[in-house]
Design a protein around this ligand. Structure first.
Ligand SMILES: *[C@@H]1O[C@H](CO)[C@@H](O)[C@H](O)[C@H]1NC(C)=O
Ligand SMILES: *[C@@H]1O[C@H](CO)[C@@H](O)[C@H](O)[C@H]1NC(C)=O
Ligand SMILES: *[C@@H]1O[C@H](CO)[C@@H](O)[C@H](O)[C@H]1NC(C)=O
Length: 329
């Protein structure tokens, strides 16, 4: 009886071992990438699929972590034991329209990949809208939701837009930092109809006072840019009024938080400001052309584009016989 059991055991043993080995091999194989990357990943996927940390000083970027046992042919970014990453404050004026949520979604998808970014969304409205409130609550981004209506008398074609909203963003920043002035930060005006390269944020992060770079698809040209000689801005390549002191688009500059705080009266002006002079009038209050810091390879790379969404065609939108459910678009 015992010997029968023994022989059965020895016949089964190799099979059991084989099964155990198979299971082990299977679990060691890396899981197939069926699931998308987590929302809050601080990495951007490079062309070859390798991930480069965009964040300095994050929990994963300490020396030795994440780089262990790796020796890829591509140069590894150097771990930089530097003081805290300056916060990027993106001020986005926005207003209710059919494409609003689509535009904000595109923007959030970009911003979510940028470390240490705080989004200041300012609605042109008498109250915060439900659409934007709900959207921000789910956006997975540090954000502030402000609103200020544009006075009716300024809502005319030919007049600059979003002046009150950008100023509300500036006021919020100054208020927030009135007691903690030493925190490093960079402010830029991120209109919701532009397209932003992630590289742009790396460039602007090192702004000491005011930095500038080219903008694509703007001013009736493929691009506009500051002209740079010996690392200094000496003029402007632009299709329109190159005689402006700062012939630059809203998307073409960033300002350090320190400069915003030490020039507490610098705002976008309604009075005395000619159309198209918003940027120039604002920059005149806080800097000089000589001081500007050219980014994007001495202003030779386009990292932001003035894409505009085509006006939507709602010709067939019914006035009666509406859908049976109410759907937010
Ligand atoms: C790692 O790569 C460098 C060159 O990129 C090479 O000199 C070095 O020998 C490599 N080390 C290992 C352990 O493969
Ligand atoms: C920009 O130009 C200056 C002066 O020619 C040069 O020293 C600097 O390295 C350039 N910067 C870049 C990023 O190419
Ligand atoms: C709007 O769309 C409808 C249906 O596709 C089309 O018939 C109409 O010509 C479009 N109108 C405009 C102004 O493009």
């Amino acid at each position: 009886m015992k010997s029968v059991l023994f022989s059965r055991f020895f016949i089964l043993l190799p099979w059991i071992l084989i099964v155990i080995i198979m299971l082990d091999v299977d679990t060691r194989r890396p899981a197939p990438p069926l699931t998308p990357r987590p929302y809050f990943s601080p990495y951007a996927v490079g062309r070859s699929g390798t991930r480069h940390p965009l964040r300095r000083g994050g929990p994963d970027s300490g020396p030795g972590r994440g780089l262990k046992k790796r020796n890829e042919s591509r140069p590894q970014p150097q771990p930089q034991p530097e003081p805290p990453l300056p916060t990027i404050y993106a001020i986005t004026p926005t207003y209710s329209r059919p494409v609003q949520k689509a535009e904000l979604t595109r923007l959030a998808n970009t911003f979510r990949q940028v470390a240490q970014l705080h989004w200041i969304l300012v609605e042109d409205a008498a109250a915060r809208s439900e659409l934007v409130s709900r959207f921000l609550a789910r956006a997975g981004l540090p954000s502030t939701h402000l609103h200020v209506p544009t006075p009716r008398r300024y809502k005319r074609p030919g007049l600059p837009r979003a002046t009150e909203q950008r100023n509300a963003g500036l006021a919020w920043l100054r208020q927030r930092h009135q007691h903690q002035r030493s925190q490093p930060g960079v402010l830029f005006f991120a209109d919701d109809d532009n397209t932003y390269s992630l590289e742009l944020f790396q460039e602007m992060r090192t702004t000491r006072k005011v930095s500038v770079w080219p903008v694509g698809l703007v001013g009736g040209r493929r691009y506009e840019r500051p002209l740079v000689e010996n690392g200094k801005v000496v003029g402007w390549y632009t299709g329109w009024r190159a005689d402006r002191p700062f012939a630059i688009d809203m998307a073409g500059f960033a300002v350090s938080l320190q400069v915003i705080l030490s020039n507490p009266t610098a705002v976008f002006k309604r009075r005395g400001s000619q159309p198209g002079m918003q940027e120039s009038d604002f920059l005149k209050q806080i800097t000089t052309v000589e001081e500007l810091e050219p980014k994007a390879n001495n202003c030779t790379k386009v990292l932001v584009w003035h894409t505009r969404t085509e006006k939507v065609n709602l010709t067939n939108e019914p006035k009666y016989h509406l859908d049976t459910v109410k759907i937010e678009v």
